[in-house]
Write a protein that binds this ligand. Structure first.
Ligand code: SAM
Ligand code: SF4
Length: 470
């Protein structure tokens, strides 16, 4: 039983879900009209939208989420690649292939040289952003090792002279002291998923190890933001408990961080549980989220916290990912491997399909294929990392994002980084459709000076300069 009081009010969330079932269409219309003012909606209104089941109302929710996404983020999709450096883990999360009780997995921790090799393969796909991950194991996966890995990744240059420009991290919750140390290291966003905000379910899913402490995990972002970290990301693993409860908790968490630290989470991640070998809770899920509900929850998040990025991974299949791009997703992974050393193995053709990753992937297209497909859908694949490098992070980022000004930086930066990709890594077909898209997008830059400068940047990139940004 949960005894400690905290910002997640389980009773209030449950009773809000109960009291908002079957909302009238007219009520849905009113909420959506308010949402279009881009100031978010209140908690009760989010619950009403989550309880919508009628197709006609769902369509209206999707349409509103799409408009909000367009207004704030435009048609950019920021790309990244995950990099797993160790699958040692002392926890026993019942849904995860890396869990300690999984004795069939080949445990591996990459040496610094191997991390550099993985980085090179990621760079050769055109990526500039990496999400760095490892299991929680205090003997092998130390913070010192992790920091060495970060500097090793930044040090690698590929055949085009490019290097990784931003490393986001997703590792187990750190202590105050550890956050102080990490805050001195040049990283972008620090992310931890609560997995489930429902206490009883959390205790069931995390029977062993440090992770079994619900509150240690719940207050991770408080420790991070109190100890020098600027950008944090949160998330829930959908399928462990009622998705409406998890979404409302994510919203409560976001609003709580905003009210206490003056800054909400930079991103929210929305993984759904996928089958993982020897992970009993990854099969026959009592709370499995079907595709339509998943689309609804993404749209409701976009409407409820319009300025927070939403991250979608390759856990989801290509066709569903394509639909979700229109509903509010702003960052996506592509060409991902969740096995340790997986990029090199794929490059050498020595991938062992029996090898256990953290979970199974459903979008197995290469980065190149994903990029070409999203260009053809009219989205701008962006490799931009400018904000973090010029210090537009935390509160500064939100101050810019809120009035929509971020478009003035992000849209042109999306075009210049796409141009780099087209010149350095794209095949002929991608280059053709990409150049056409850039032409169309240039016309959309409202400020003439910014448009002119973007055109100059594009010309300089064509001639060989790199890393030009606003
Ligand atoms: N070990 C750290 C932790 O648990 O916070 C780092 C992140 S872990 C490598 C990445 C995330 O993968 C977990 O937080 C969990 O949400 C997700 N995950 C684990 N098993 C999964 C599964 N079977 N399907 C989908 N996502 C899963
Ligand atoms: Fe370990 Fe993270 Fe997997 Fe849990 S989710 S078993 S902590 S790697």
């Amino acid at each position: 039983m949960k005894t400690q009081t905290c910002f997640i009010d389980e009773n209030a969330i449950h009773s809000t879900i109960q009291s908002t079932t079957n909302p009238e269409s007219s009520v849905v219309d009113e909420i959506l009209a308010k949402a279009l003012e881009l100031n978010g909606i209140d908690f009760h209104e989010s619950a009403l939208l989550l309880n919508v089941t009628q197709n006609s109302d769902l369509e209206k929710i999707f349409d509103t989420a799409n408009k909000i996404k367009d207004e704030i983020y435009g048609n950019r999709l920021v790309l990244f690649a995950p990099l797993y450096i160790s699958n040692f883990c002392s926890n026993n999360c019942l849904y995860c292939g890396f869990r300690n009780d999984n004795k069939e997995i080949h445990r591996r921790i990459l040496k610094i040289d191997e991390i550099k090799e993985e980085t090179l393969h990621i760079l050769e796909q055109g990526h500039k952003r990496v999400l760095l991950l490892m299991g929680e194991d205090h003997k092998f996966n130390t913070l010192d090792y992790f920091i060495d890995a970060i500097y090793a990744i930044y040090s690698v240059k590929d055949s085009k002279g490019s290097s990784i420009r931003r490393i986001n991290v997703e590792i187990a919750p750190l202590s105050d002291e550890e956050f102080k140390v990490l805050s001195e290291v040049p990283i972008g966003t620090y992310t931890v998923f609560q997995e489930t905000y429902h206490y009883e379910t959390y205790k069931k899913m995390h029977p062993k190890g440090k992770k079994s402490d619900y509150f240690w995990r719940l207050y991770t972002m408080d420790r991070a933001l109190s100890n020098g970290m600027h950008d944090v990301g949160i998330g829930a693993l959908f399928g462990l408990y009622d998705y409406r409860y998890e979404v409302l908790s994510l919203i409560q968490h976001s609003k709580y961080l905003d009210s206490v630290y003056g800054i909400g989470p930079h991103t929210i991640s929305i993984p759904r549980v996928k089958p993982a070998k020897n992970a009993p809770a990854s099969y026959n899920l009592q709370y499995a989220v079907d595709d339509l509900s998943f689309k609804k929850l993404v749209a409701v998040l976009r409407i409820s916290v319009p300025y927070t990025g939403i991250i979608l991974s390759t856990r989801e299949p290509a066709s569903l990912r394509n639909e979700l791009f229109n509903l509010g997703v702003s960052q996506i992974s592509a060409g991902s491997k969740t096995t340790v050393g997986g990029y090199k193995q794929a490059f050498n053709g020595t991938e062992n399909t029996e090898e256990i990753g953290q979970f199974t992937l459903n979008d197995c297209r290469s980065s190149g294929e994903v990029i070409q497909d999203i260009i053809k859908m009219g989205f701008v694949p962006s490799f931009c990392t400018a904000c973090y490098r010029v210090g537009r992070v935390g509160e500064d980022f939100m101050d810019l994002a809120k009035p929509g000004l971020i478009k003035l930086h992000c849209h042109p930066n999306g075009l210049t980084t796409l141009k780099e990709y087209l010149v350095d890594y794209a095949d002929e077909e991608t280059r053709k459709v990409g150049e056409k898209l850039i032409e169309i997008e240039l016309e959309k830059i409202p400020n003439l000076k910014v448009r002119q400068k973007t055109i100059q940047y594009l010309q300089r990139i064509e001639k060989g300069e790199r890393d030009l940004y606003f």
